[in-house]
Design a protein around this ligand. Structure first.
Ligand code: ATP
Length: 240
């Protein structure tokens, strides 16, 4: 199995606070991984460092075969633009642009000319072919998140990072969005790394990594929501 993202002895310290205390993880191509852990355990820091949005204090991040340490800010930006997709809790769509224009944006930023049929195909994949000309304010939260996923997938990124992608959605809409992420893994071999607090969301992943105090505190593969919730309860009680 080929590795898309490799973290080696990753450490991150903010002033006196240790957010990551030596994390070693490999994320394989075409797999869906959830990152869980108590509040403050380092999940967002891990995601930010792995995606090249933040610099670790020490250790190494290799993304699609490229070592991030020592890359200039410009090279790092290009790598993110070409290799990485992002989905956030707050959707982060551009309010003045239609769904189709939002989806086109990463291609335009990369200097590529978007093809209308390709944009429509991606919007169709996320079930929004009839909403291409609607602006974010005219869409429900779940629809906005599906536009954000289409925007993240349009460049066919090596890895999609998702930070609490269902945090602002109700249960039914969350399931739709998670089903969509799962399908992108199964149908296109997308690689996904997702931070979540929700054991039901994590159960859509192939593997769940648990963090505690900035370190890997265990993992589960193919677990259901109940098994994941049980492990989380133990971690939150301070047990490893
Ligand atoms: N910019 C910063 N400056 C100082 N400390 C920070 C900063 N960002 C994060 N931290 C600290 O690093 C630790 C890990 O934070 P992080 O946000 O990665 O945790 P998390 O697991 O994502 O938490 P949550 O589930 O509450 O979002 C925490 O103790 C946090 O207070």
């Amino acid at each position: 199995m080929s590795t898309t993202v490799r973290l080696a002895n990753l450490q991150k310290t903010y002033q006196q606070v240790t957010a990551l205390a030596g994390v070693d993880l490999d994320f394989h191509r075409g797999t869906f991984t959830a990152i869980m852990g108590p509040s403050g355990s380092g999940k967002s820091t891990l995601l930010q460092c792995a995606a090249g949005l933040d610099e670790p204090t020490s250790g190494s991040v290799t993304l699609a075969g490229v070592e991030l340490a020592g890359l200039s800010e410009h090279r790092r930006t290009l790598l993110r633009r070409e290799r990485v997709g992002f989905v956030f809790q707050a959707f982060n769509l551009v309010a003045s642009l239609t769904a189709a224009q939002n989806v086109e944006l990463p291609l335009r930023l990369a200097g590529r000319r978007p093809k209308a049929d390709r944009i429509l195909a991606v919007l169709t994949e996320v079930g929004l072919s009839d909403r291409a000309q609607h602006r974010p304010a005219e869409l429900s939260g779940g629809q906005q998140q599906r536009v954000a996923i289409a925007r993240a997938l349009i460049t066919r990124p090596d890895v999609l990072f998702a930070d609490e992608p269902t945090g602002a959605l109700d249960t039914t809409t969350s399931r739709e969005v998670l089903g969509l992420l799962r399908r992108s893994v199964d149908a296109y071999g997308q690689t996904i790394i997702m931070v979540t607090h929700d054991p039901v969301a994590a159960a859509y992943a192939d593997r769940v990594i648990f963090l505690a105090d900035g370190q890997v505190a265990g993992e589960l593969s193919g677990a259901d929501a109940e098994q994941i919730a049980t492990r989380m309860t133990r971690l939150e009680a301070g047990a490893r």
